[in-house]
Design a protein. Sequence first.
Length: 134
Amino acid sequence: MSRRGDLMIGPGGVAKRPRSESREIDRVWDRLENMRFNDLSPHNRNMVVEAMEILKSLRNQVSRGYHANPYTPFKIVGVLGTDVHSIAYKHAEDGKLYQHDFQRRSAEVLAVERHGKRDLLITSPEGIPLWDEF
């Protein structure tokens, strides 16, 4: 299933497609508006339960820092370095130490902001792939 919309990168680099808070609130409003308060039939009780579940889910999303509205986009602050020589790291899956050397002038490092955090992004201005499956 293909869904459109903004993706956000959350803690641990996990991509999330957040729901629109305003759209979800509108859904709750519609359900509550259509409920007859003087006649709490089983159907109306189910609508209240459904509205509460939407609010609970939205509250859970917001508490984790994912917001669709308003959204502070991924922002490139500037280029920090124009010739990254290598990257050294401990691999998340196998726990081994690795170092990858880049070809001269094939990689640069950018200062970026995402969700109020200041991060680094290594990229290739020429579009050269910087990683592959090994």
